[in-house]
Design a protein around this ligand. Structure first.
Ligand SMILES: C[S@@+](CC[C@H](N)C(=O)[O-])C[C@H]1O[C@@H](n2cnc3c(N)ncnc32)[C@H](O)[C@@H]1O
Length: 205
């Protein structure tokens, strides 16, 4: 396995072009401020195994793997994106540190959560499903482990309690339910950051 510090350096060099590729192809990947929060939280968790729900082309996966040294299990339903991700991880040198799973997160999350224990879980797939992902992963998350969720304010529509436009109603309603769950002080110590599209960091108590 290549040295992790060498992989991290390679990732730093490759990242700007890879971010540009994602922009050109309209593939949503984590934005810079949220990436900083993600990596800070992941490093703080000192985890050995990470679950990522929503790989896209493996940009955040690569950062998580190189910055923490943990093994990353990651789920994506789009085969073309996952193939691009695998090629990228190979280029970075981390293909042996990542376990990619192709398929629907609803099913895969349940399976992986029943087979593994995680110190860090990054929720970044279907925005209407966060609350269900949380229920499924909760038992597999170690005490003191972290759930990190991106886009929790979803275009700013989730803030407050205004009635959402019809087109976004399911996502907004379900994301509000997710925010309510993570504000349960018996279960989580949660901070929601108003950066970019809203980011939640929840420590399991
Ligand atoms: C925001 S992107 C992930 C970005 C990635 N975490 C990053 O920051 O580099 C969300 C991804 O989740 C995938 N996705 C959405 N719904 C899914 C589902 N039900 N099962 C698996 N993947 C899903 C989408 O195809 C998309 O590539």
């Amino acid at each position: 396995m290549p040295d992790i510090a060498e992989c991290a350096e390679r990732l730093r060099q490759l990242s700007p072009a890879y971010e540009a590729e994602a922009r050109e192809k309209y593939i949503p990947i984590i934005r810079p401020e949220s990436l900083k929060l993600l990596l800070d939280a992941a490093k703080k968790s000192r985890c050995s195994r990470i679950l990522e729900i929503g790989t896209a082309i493996g940009f955040s996966t690569a950062w998580l793997a190189t910055e923490t040294g943990a093994v990353v299990d990651t789920i994506e339903k789009d085969e073309e994106r996952l193939e691009r991700a695998k090629a990228f991880w190979k280029e970075v040198g981390i293909e042996d540190r990542v376990n990619p799973y192709l398929g629907d997160a609803d099913e895969l999350v349940r399976r992986l959560a029943s087979e593994n224990r995680y110190g860090f879980i990054f929720i970044d797939a279907a925005k209407s499903r966060y609350s269900d992902y949380l229920d499924a992963v909760y038992p597999s998350l170690e005490k003191g482990g972290i759930v990190f969720a991106d886009n929790v304010y979803y275009l700013g529509l989730v803030k407050g309690d205004a009635y959402p436009p019809h087109k976004h109603r399911t996502i907004v309603t379900n994301m509000r339910a997710f925010l309510k769950k993570i504000s349960n002080k018996d279960k989580f110590d949660t901070t929601v950051y108003d950066t970019e599209d809203g980011t939640a960091v929840c420590v399991k108590l």
